[in-house]
Ligand binder design. Structure first.
Ligand SMILES: [Zn+2]
Ligand SMILES: [Zn+2]
Ligand SMILES: [Zn+2]
Ligand SMILES: [Zn+2]
Length: 335
Protein backbone atom coordinates (compact mmCIF):
# COMPACT_ATOMS: atom_id res chain seq x y z
CA UNK A 1 0.00 0.00 0.00
CA UNK A 2 1.32 3.42 -0.82
CA UNK A 3 2.55 5.66 1.95
CA UNK A 4 1.94 8.85 0.07
CA UNK A 5 -1.37 9.71 -1.47
CA UNK A 6 -1.92 8.70 -5.04
CA UNK A 7 1.47 7.02 -5.54
CA UNK A 8 1.19 3.74 -7.40
CA UNK A 9 1.24 0.99 -4.79
CA UNK A 10 3.07 -1.79 -6.68
CA UNK A 11 5.67 0.67 -8.02
CA UNK A 12 6.16 2.21 -4.57
CA UNK A 13 7.00 -1.24 -3.19
CA UNK A 14 9.80 -1.32 -5.77
CA UNK A 15 10.84 2.12 -4.50
CA UNK A 16 9.56 4.00 -7.54
CA UNK A 17 7.44 7.05 -6.86
CA UNK A 18 4.97 7.20 -9.74
CA UNK A 19 1.66 9.03 -9.59
CA UNK A 20 -1.31 6.70 -9.73
CA UNK A 21 -4.01 7.28 -12.35
CA UNK A 22 -6.66 4.95 -11.02
CA UNK A 23 -7.61 3.25 -7.75
CA UNK A 24 -8.14 -0.51 -7.31
CA UNK A 25 -10.80 -1.07 -4.72
CA UNK A 26 -9.82 -4.70 -4.11
CA UNK A 27 -6.14 -4.00 -3.64
CA UNK A 28 -6.98 -0.77 -1.87
CA UNK A 29 -4.24 1.22 -3.60
CA UNK A 30 -3.62 3.54 -6.55
CA UNK A 31 -2.16 2.16 -9.76
CA UNK A 32 -0.07 3.87 -12.40
CA UNK A 33 -0.89 3.50 -16.10
CA UNK A 34 1.47 0.55 -16.55
CA UNK A 35 0.32 -1.29 -13.39
CA UNK A 36 -3.28 -0.77 -14.44
CA UNK A 37 -2.53 -2.58 -17.70
CA UNK A 38 -0.63 -5.33 -15.81
CA UNK A 39 -3.59 -5.64 -13.41
CA UNK A 40 -5.97 -6.24 -16.29
CA UNK A 41 -3.72 -8.93 -17.81
CA UNK A 42 -3.28 -11.02 -14.68
CA UNK A 43 -6.04 -13.54 -14.05
CA UNK A 44 -6.45 -12.98 -10.30
CA UNK A 45 -6.75 -9.23 -10.67
CA UNK A 46 -8.42 -8.73 -14.00
CA UNK A 47 -11.88 -8.45 -12.41
CA UNK A 48 -10.77 -5.95 -9.74
CA UNK A 49 -12.99 -2.92 -9.67
CA UNK A 50 -11.30 0.36 -10.52
CA UNK A 51 -12.42 3.86 -9.69
CA UNK A 52 -11.24 7.44 -10.07
CA UNK A 53 -8.67 8.59 -7.54
CA UNK A 54 -11.06 11.46 -6.73
CA UNK A 55 -13.65 8.91 -5.62
CA UNK A 56 -11.32 7.25 -3.10
CA UNK A 57 -12.51 8.03 0.40
CA UNK A 58 -9.95 9.42 2.87
CA UNK A 59 -8.40 6.98 5.32
CA UNK A 60 -10.60 8.00 8.29
CA UNK A 61 -13.72 7.52 6.14
CA UNK A 62 -12.50 4.05 5.17
CA UNK A 63 -12.06 3.34 8.90
CA UNK A 64 -15.56 4.58 9.60
CA UNK A 65 -17.04 2.42 6.86
CA UNK A 66 -15.05 -0.59 8.06
CA UNK A 67 -16.13 -0.07 11.70
CA UNK A 68 -19.73 0.22 10.59
CA UNK A 69 -19.81 -3.11 8.87
CA UNK A 70 -17.37 -5.19 10.91
CA UNK A 71 -18.81 -7.73 13.36
CA UNK A 72 -17.97 -6.66 16.92
CA UNK A 73 -17.55 -10.32 17.92
CA UNK A 74 -15.61 -11.51 14.90
CA UNK A 75 -13.08 -8.93 13.75
CA UNK A 76 -12.70 -10.37 10.28
CA UNK A 77 -16.37 -10.90 9.49
CA UNK A 78 -18.83 -8.38 8.14
CA UNK A 79 -22.33 -8.18 9.52
CA UNK A 80 -24.87 -9.54 7.08
CA UNK A 81 -27.97 -10.18 9.22
CA UNK A 82 -30.31 -8.30 11.44
CA UNK A 83 -31.88 -10.45 14.15
CA UNK A 84 -35.14 -8.75 15.03
CA UNK A 85 -35.65 -11.03 18.06
CA UNK A 86 -32.49 -9.69 19.68
CA UNK A 87 -32.42 -6.38 17.78
CA UNK A 88 -28.77 -6.89 16.84
CA UNK A 89 -26.84 -7.09 13.62
CA UNK A 90 -24.61 -10.13 13.21
CA UNK A 91 -22.21 -11.92 10.95
CA UNK A 92 -22.67 -15.46 9.63
CA UNK A 93 -20.69 -16.88 12.57
CA UNK A 94 -22.84 -15.02 15.10
CA UNK A 95 -25.98 -16.08 13.29
CA UNK A 96 -24.91 -19.72 13.39
CA UNK A 97 -23.80 -19.58 17.00
CA UNK A 98 -26.44 -17.43 18.67
CA UNK A 99 -29.44 -16.86 16.43
CA UNK A 100 -30.27 -20.23 14.95
CA UNK A 101 -33.49 -20.47 16.91
CA UNK A 102 -34.49 -16.86 16.37
CA UNK A 103 -37.67 -16.34 14.39
CA UNK A 104 -36.88 -13.20 12.48
CA UNK A 105 -33.35 -13.03 11.12
CA UNK A 106 -33.22 -10.85 8.02
CA UNK A 107 -30.48 -10.48 5.48
CA UNK A 108 -29.22 -6.89 5.57
CA UNK A 109 -29.09 -6.52 1.81
CA UNK A 110 -32.79 -7.50 1.60
CA UNK A 111 -33.74 -4.92 4.22
CA UNK A 112 -31.70 -2.27 2.48
CA UNK A 113 -33.32 -3.13 -0.80
CA UNK A 114 -36.79 -2.51 0.58
CA UNK A 115 -35.94 0.70 2.39
CA UNK A 116 -35.62 4.31 1.50
CA UNK A 117 -31.94 5.03 2.09
CA UNK A 118 -32.42 8.79 2.12
CA UNK A 119 -30.69 10.47 5.10
CA UNK A 120 -32.47 13.80 4.68
CA UNK A 121 -34.60 13.30 7.77
CA UNK A 122 -31.60 12.43 9.90
CA UNK A 123 -29.67 15.38 8.54
CA UNK A 124 -32.63 17.64 9.25
CA UNK A 125 -32.77 16.33 12.83
CA UNK A 126 -29.06 17.02 13.28
CA UNK A 127 -29.53 20.50 11.88
CA UNK A 128 -32.41 21.11 14.27
CA UNK A 129 -30.33 19.85 17.19
CA UNK A 130 -27.50 22.12 16.11
CA UNK A 131 -29.82 25.10 16.04
CA UNK A 132 -31.13 24.22 19.47
CA UNK A 133 -27.55 24.16 20.71
CA UNK A 134 -26.94 27.57 19.20
CA UNK A 135 -30.09 28.95 20.76
CA UNK A 136 -28.96 27.54 24.11
CA UNK A 137 -25.63 29.31 23.82
CA UNK A 138 -27.41 32.54 22.93
CA UNK A 139 -29.74 32.04 25.87
CA UNK A 140 -26.83 31.58 28.28
CA UNK A 141 -25.10 34.62 26.86
CA UNK A 142 -28.20 36.72 27.43
CA UNK A 143 -28.61 35.34 30.93
CA UNK A 144 -25.08 36.37 31.72
CA UNK A 145 -25.70 39.81 30.33
CA UNK A 146 -28.87 40.06 32.37
CA UNK A 147 -27.06 39.22 35.59
CA UNK A 148 -24.57 41.96 34.84
CA UNK A 149 -27.39 44.42 34.20
CA UNK A 150 -29.02 43.50 37.49
CA UNK A 151 -25.70 44.02 39.20
CA UNK A 152 -25.38 47.52 37.75
CA UNK A 153 -28.91 48.38 38.77
CA UNK A 154 -28.29 47.07 42.29
CA UNK A 155 -25.10 49.12 42.56
CA UNK A 156 -26.89 52.25 41.47
CA UNK A 157 -29.73 51.63 43.94
CA UNK A 158 -27.22 51.05 46.73
CA UNK A 159 -25.53 54.31 45.87
CA UNK A 160 -28.84 56.17 46.00
CA UNK A 161 -29.78 54.61 49.34
CA UNK A 162 -26.37 55.43 50.79
CA UNK A 163 -26.64 59.05 49.70
CA UNK A 164 -30.13 59.38 51.15
CA UNK A 165 -28.98 57.92 54.45
CA UNK A 166 -25.99 60.25 54.57
CA UNK A 167 -28.17 63.28 53.73
CA UNK A 168 -30.68 62.30 56.34
CA UNK A 169 -27.98 61.74 58.93
CA UNK A 170 -26.52 65.17 58.23
CA UNK A 171 -29.97 66.68 58.67
CA UNK A 172 -30.51 64.79 61.91
CA UNK A 173 -27.16 65.89 63.29
CA UNK A 174 -27.85 69.48 62.36
CA UNK A 175 -31.33 69.47 63.91
CA UNK A 176 -30.24 67.82 67.15
CA UNK A 177 -27.25 70.10 67.64
CA UNK A 178 -29.29 73.23 66.79
CA UNK A 179 -32.04 72.19 69.20
CA UNK A 180 -29.50 71.71 71.97
CA UNK A 181 -27.85 75.04 71.20
CA UNK A 182 -31.21 76.91 71.24
CA UNK A 183 -32.34 75.38 74.49
CA UNK A 184 -28.94 75.82 76.10
CA UNK A 185 -29.10 79.51 75.27
CA UNK A 186 -32.56 80.00 76.81
CA UNK A 187 -31.68 78.04 79.95
CA UNK A 188 -28.34 79.86 80.25
CA UNK A 189 -30.04 83.25 80.17
CA UNK A 190 -32.47 82.20 82.86
CA UNK A 191 -29.62 80.96 85.10
CA UNK A 192 -27.80 84.22 84.61
CA UNK A 193 -30.88 86.19 85.67
CA UNK A 194 -31.29 84.02 88.78
CA UNK A 195 -27.67 84.47 89.71
CA UNK A 196 -27.98 88.24 89.29
CA UNK A 197 -30.91 88.28 91.70
CA UNK A 198 -28.79 86.65 94.43
CA UNK A 199 -26.26 89.52 94.44
CA UNK A 200 -28.34 92.03 96.57
CA UNK A 201 -29.24 89.12 98.85
CA UNK A 202 -25.60 88.31 99.58
CA UNK A 203 -24.83 92.05 99.94
CA UNK A 204 -27.57 92.41 102.54
CA UNK A 205 -26.22 89.43 104.52
CA UNK A 206 -22.75 90.89 104.41
CA UNK A 207 -24.05 94.28 105.55
CA UNK A 208 -25.87 92.78 108.52
CA UNK A 209 -22.81 90.70 109.44
CA UNK A 210 -20.70 93.84 109.44
CA UNK A 211 -23.23 95.57 111.76
CA UNK A 212 -22.98 92.69 114.21
CA UNK A 213 -19.19 92.74 114.08
CA UNK A 214 -18.99 96.51 114.65
CA UNK A 215 -21.60 96.67 117.42
CA UNK A 216 -19.98 93.74 119.24
CA UNK A 217 -16.59 95.43 119.01
CA UNK A 218 -17.49 99.04 119.77
CA UNK A 219 -20.90 98.99 121.40
CA UNK A 220 -22.20 98.32 124.91
CA UNK A 221 -24.25 95.22 125.78
CA UNK A 222 -27.27 97.49 125.41
CA UNK A 223 -26.26 98.19 121.79
CA UNK A 224 -25.94 94.49 121.14
CA UNK A 225 -29.34 93.82 122.67
CA UNK A 226 -30.95 96.54 120.56
CA UNK A 227 -29.28 95.33 117.35
CA UNK A 228 -30.45 91.77 118.02
CA UNK A 229 -34.05 93.02 118.44
CA UNK A 230 -33.76 95.08 115.24
CA UNK A 231 -32.31 92.26 113.17
CA UNK A 232 -34.84 89.74 114.39
CA UNK A 233 -37.71 92.09 113.71
CA UNK A 234 -36.63 93.35 110.27
CA UNK A 235 -33.53 92.20 108.39
CA UNK A 236 -33.72 88.48 109.15
CA UNK A 237 -37.39 88.37 108.17
CA UNK A 238 -36.63 90.18 104.93
CA UNK A 239 -33.71 87.86 104.11
CA UNK A 240 -35.79 84.76 104.87
CA UNK A 241 -38.49 86.01 102.58
CA UNK A 242 -35.93 86.85 99.84
CA UNK A 243 -34.26 83.45 100.01
CA UNK A 244 -37.69 81.83 99.79
CA UNK A 245 -38.44 83.81 96.64
CA UNK A 246 -35.04 82.94 95.16
CA UNK A 247 -35.58 79.25 95.90
CA UNK A 248 -38.96 79.39 94.24
CA UNK A 249 -37.43 80.98 91.17
CA UNK A 250 -34.47 78.66 90.87
CA UNK A 251 -33.81 77.06 87.49
CA UNK A 252 -36.16 74.26 86.71
CA UNK A 253 -35.59 73.77 83.01
CA UNK A 254 -33.15 71.34 81.49
CA UNK A 255 -33.20 69.17 78.36
CA UNK A 256 -33.33 65.46 77.86
CA UNK A 257 -32.35 63.25 75.01
CA UNK A 258 -35.16 60.92 73.98
CA UNK A 259 -34.10 57.89 71.97
CA UNK A 260 -36.72 56.37 69.75
CA UNK A 261 -36.73 52.69 70.64
CA UNK A 262 -38.11 51.69 67.25
CA UNK A 263 -34.95 52.96 65.63
CA UNK A 264 -33.21 49.56 65.51
CA UNK A 265 -36.14 47.89 63.79
CA UNK A 266 -36.25 50.73 61.29
CA UNK A 267 -32.58 50.15 60.60
CA UNK A 268 -33.34 46.51 59.89
CA UNK A 269 -36.09 47.66 57.53
CA UNK A 270 -33.60 49.85 55.74
CA UNK A 271 -31.16 46.95 55.56
CA UNK A 272 -33.92 44.86 53.96
CA UNK A 273 -34.95 47.52 51.53
CA UNK A 274 -32.94 45.94 48.73
CA UNK A 275 -32.62 42.24 48.15
CA UNK A 276 -31.30 39.95 45.47
CA UNK A 277 -33.38 36.87 44.99
CA UNK A 278 -33.30 33.84 42.75
CA UNK A 279 -35.62 34.12 39.85
CA UNK A 280 -36.71 30.96 38.09
CA UNK A 281 -36.53 31.41 34.39
CA UNK A 282 -37.69 28.17 32.88
CA UNK A 283 -37.27 28.87 29.22
CA UNK A 284 -36.77 25.15 28.67
CA UNK A 285 -40.34 24.29 29.60
CA UNK A 286 -41.66 26.89 27.24
CA UNK A 287 -39.25 26.01 24.51
CA UNK A 288 -39.26 22.27 24.74
CA UNK A 289 -42.48 21.47 26.45
CA UNK A 290 -44.77 18.89 24.93
CA UNK A 291 -46.06 19.94 21.58
CA UNK A 292 -43.76 22.94 21.32
CA UNK A 293 -42.09 23.40 17.99
CA UNK A 294 -38.48 22.30 18.09
CA UNK A 295 -37.00 25.70 17.52
CA UNK A 296 -39.48 27.82 19.36
CA UNK A 297 -37.25 29.18 22.10
CA UNK A 298 -38.79 32.37 23.38
CA UNK A 299 -36.73 35.52 23.31
CA UNK A 300 -34.51 35.24 26.37
CA UNK A 301 -34.68 38.92 27.07
CA UNK A 302 -38.08 38.26 28.58
CA UNK A 303 -36.75 36.28 31.51
CA UNK A 304 -34.70 37.26 34.45
CA UNK A 305 -32.38 35.01 36.35
CA UNK A 306 -32.09 37.44 39.19
CA UNK A 307 -34.88 39.53 40.46
CA UNK A 308 -34.26 42.85 42.04
CA UNK A 309 -36.84 43.26 44.69
CA UNK A 310 -37.16 46.90 45.35
CA UNK A 311 -39.75 48.20 47.77
CA UNK A 312 -40.69 51.84 47.40
CA UNK A 313 -37.50 53.80 47.96
CA UNK A 314 -37.26 55.04 51.56
CA UNK A 315 -39.15 58.30 51.59
CA UNK A 316 -37.85 61.41 53.23
CA UNK A 317 -40.44 61.00 55.94
CA UNK A 318 -39.53 57.36 56.53
CA UNK A 319 -35.87 58.20 56.84
CA UNK A 320 -36.59 61.13 59.07
CA UNK A 321 -38.43 58.86 61.46
CA UNK A 322 -35.71 56.27 61.17
CA UNK A 323 -32.99 58.68 62.00
CA UNK A 324 -34.83 60.80 64.48
CA UNK A 325 -33.29 58.85 67.24
CA UNK A 326 -32.63 61.83 69.39
CA UNK A 327 -35.40 64.07 70.36
CA UNK A 328 -34.40 67.07 72.36
CA UNK A 329 -37.11 68.10 74.76
CA UNK A 330 -37.31 70.68 77.43
CA UNK A 331 -38.03 69.05 80.77
CA UNK A 332 -38.49 70.21 84.29
CA UNK A 333 -35.78 69.02 86.56
CA UNK A 334 -36.97 66.94 89.42
CA UNK A 335 -35.38 68.94 92.23
ZN1 LIG B 1 2.89 1.20 -11.08
ZN1 LIG C 1 -6.27 -4.87 -7.65
ZN1 LIG D 1 -19.86 -12.42 14.28
ZN1 LIG E 1 -31.35 -13.65 17.49
Amino acid sequence: MSVKKHLCGPCFEEECEIEGVVFCRECDEPLCGQCKLDHARIKVSKNHKMCDLADVPPQEVKELLRNLIICPNHGKEEVVYLCKDHDVTCCSKCAMADHRKCEEVKVLSDIVHDMNMDCTTLSKMLLDLHQRGEILLEHERKQQQLVSEIESRALSSLKTIKQKLLDMYAQLEHEVLSAIADKKKVIGEKIERSNEQTIPFFNEIEQQSTYIEHVEKFGTPEHVFLLQRQLNQNAICCLKSTVGDLENNRSQSSVKCVEDTSFDSLLIEIKNSLRIEDYACDARTQAWGPGAPTLALPPTSGCQILHLLRPPPPSQKFLRTALKRFLIQTVNSQN
